[in-house]
Design a protein around this ligand. Sequence first.
Ligand code: TXA
Ligand code: MG
Length: 327
Amino acid sequence: MLIVDPAAPDAAVVSHAAAVLRRGGLVAFATETVYGLGADATSEAAVRRIFAAKGRPADNPLIVHVADLAMAQAFAGSWPETAQRLAEAGWPGPLTLVVPKSPKIPDLVTAGLDTVGLRVPATAVARALIREAGVPLAAPSANRSEHVSPTVAQHVYDDLNGQIDCILDSGPTEVGIESTVIDCCGEIPRVLRPGPLDIEQLGQWLGGAVAGERSAETTEGAARSPGQSARHYAPKTPALRVETAEELTALDPGATDIVISIAQRVPASCTARCIMLLDPPSTARELYATLRYCDAIGMQRIIVMMPPQTPAWNAVRDRLRRATTTA
Ligand code: TXA
Ligand code: MG
């Protein structure tokens, strides 16, 4: 694990990590959303190591990280007008654009799809690393498959120590949940995974319609969004979700439970330990570390009091639905 300054990454450290990547190695690094596990996206052998290290099923496509718009276009088969608008407005940032793929990207990266998810991450570390490596980086979240995404370097170490070559520790990530994924191949762009940038913002940038993700409030994944298994982003401790204080009380939470209350008042009768999260940005930032903390203290149940069903909470609700089962 190498410590790097998030504002001004040490050139020697970046150059070491880039050399590891060029040799086909795996390097974990911070993006603004979560830590990614990077490999040279043009090398099938390197990408194979990502799937092995994570225990990730081969039908789950990887996001390809590039340094800028020109590099994105170089790895796309074609470049839709909608992708151009979104890239100009949203990059660098927590936005993944699904576009037709170039043959330069091995099929293994995209799980056999004819499209590729491309993104320009916003951290100085990520972009310096891509530039120095000189190749696009396939980088899923740097956790064991199905586990909670990592928002600090220690999370990566806890999940992947021994499986990867290097972790660049540049401190906690700013946003905390994964990028918004939007499919730009159709007439009307469609959100495949809700994220930090909401549909309203994307619609403004496009100056037109955006389709929402299919089956937003169910656990069924959208047809064009493989790898979005219902149980994803999950802690190890059994986790339940409730919408109201009445439902919470019915579960009779006690000393072996921990309640995560999100923008809700916990009833005074509740004697269980409780963590309160208040607004969408801070909840997104703290969510995965909170779930990992709940695992670490060895409770029997995690009970999540869900935030309201409003657009501002959409992405957080999506992750919480996948982390929990209904009470
Ligand atoms: O914020 C993020 O997006 C983080 C950081 C590291 O960039 N990455 C991330 O990657 O969350 P990962 O592998 O955990 O999630 C990738 C998801 C896939 O499961 C799938 O839902 C979607 O992105 N995806 C990727 N390529 C796609 C494609 N060609 N078509 C449809 N969906 C795709
Ligand atoms: Mg992931």
